[in-house]
Ligand binder design. Structure first.
Ligand SMILES: Nc1ncnc2c1ncn2[C@@H]1O[C@H](COP(=O)(O)OP(=O)(O)OP(=O)(O)O)[C@@H](O)[C@H]1O
Ligand SMILES: [Mg+2]
Length: 307
């Protein structure tokens, strides 16, 4: 399955959440690959703590592959190559691999048929070799979004299972922006329709993830005084109503990730050790990532049973 991670704003928590979900999926026993399609800023290697690919790789990165410089893009075994010592592959875990962008790579200014063709080929191969392929796209109405919509209509890739996750913070600006990214002019749905997708078909593939959320009834809100508590409660309700008007209400919400102090200061994978041994991370955050991975992989599990 291909999962496209998108957001309208930058800094939404798209990459931190998607990398953690990919990690959890591999731990749950699904072969997983992460494709860094944030072409203007391919820094996902930093989250996986693969030091030599922190900002992409100097040769055979995804930019090089898409421009036709190489036929064989670099693929990094995160279990083996992460510099984080505690990131070891446990028994039962499957592959967790990263396809980084190119060092100094930038957004595509021109979308040629060759680039679309290579992208479709990449998706086809990734889909054959991995059960879950997470594609982290540049923020906003980007060339990356245009590229993957076109590639998924290409004959090589049109039968591949896919879905879209739209990430947003739980604030007014982010909720409005996420709604616009999907439903607005030049948004995901309109653009999909231009690329020959049905409107309903697009809608069915899209759901939303709220990131870095403080639950007014949760543990982390206990430190607030009573005025702050009731204010937060009212704002939360207001946001819920704004979200449902903007088309991202509870019915299309895929999940919610709590605000976590570790992630606030350091973009990283949260291990069970972080939550239960050193206890620097909140177990609720790890549970949210597990839950997202579990539900994302449910169709893959069902497909395994059918075979
Ligand atoms: N659950 C969370 N709790 C607290 N902070 C978070 C959480 N998720 C992400 N963050 C913080 O938010 C910032 C943005 O996260 P991230 O880099 O994942 O966003 P992004 O949408 O991928 O951004 P960009 O558009 O720059 O690629 C990070 O610096 C991280 O510290
Ligand atoms: Mg990112």
């Amino acid at each position: 399955m291909l999962v496209f991670s998108v957001s309208d704003k930058g800094g939404t928590g798209r990459s931190v959440t998607s990398t953690n979900v990919a990690y959890r999926a591999a731990l749950l026993g699904f072969n997983t690959v992460y494709l860094d399609f944030d072409f203007g800023s391919p820094t996902v290697g930093a989250i996986f703590e693969v030091e030599h690919a922190r900002t992409g790789v100097s040769q055979r990165g995804l930019h090089d592959y898409l421009y036709g410089v190489t036929e064989n893009p670099v693929i990094i075994d995160v279990w083996a190559e992460s510099n984080r010592e505690t990131l070891v592959r446990p028994l039962g875990a499957r592959r967790l691999e990263l396809m980084p962008g190119s060092l100094g790579g930038s957004e595509f200014l021109e979308m040629t048929d060759e680039i679309v063709d290579r992208c479709a080929e990449l998706f086809k191969k990734a889909h054959e070799q991995f059960e879950l392929c997470v594609v982290d796209l540049s923020a906003g109405r980007s060339a990356a979004m245009e590229l993957v919509l076109k590639a998924c209509k290409h004959k090589k890739a049109r039968d591949l299972t896919r879905r879209w996750l739209v990430f947003h913070r739980w604030t007014r600006q982010h909720v409005i922006a996420a709604g616009n990214l999907v439903h607005g002019d030049n948004g995901l749905i309109k653009y999909g329709v231009n690329c020959d997708y049905g409107e309903e078909e697009m809608e069915e593939m899209i759901s939303y993830v709220r990131t870095a959320v403080i639950d007014p009834a949760g543990e982390s809100a206990r430190i607030l005084n009573s005025a702050q508590q009731s204010w937060l409660d009212a704002v939360d309700k207001e946001l819920e109503s704004l979200a449902s008007t903007a088309g991202l209400g509870r019915d299309v919400r895929f999940g919610t990730v709590p605000l976590d102090p570790v992630l606030q200061w350091r973009e990283q994978l949260l291990t069970d050790r972080d939550a239960h041994t050193t206890r620097v991370a909140n177990p609720a955050t790890v549970d949210a990532f597990k839950d997202l991975a579990d539900r994302l992989c449910a169709p893959i599990r069902a497909e395994r049973l059918r075979r």
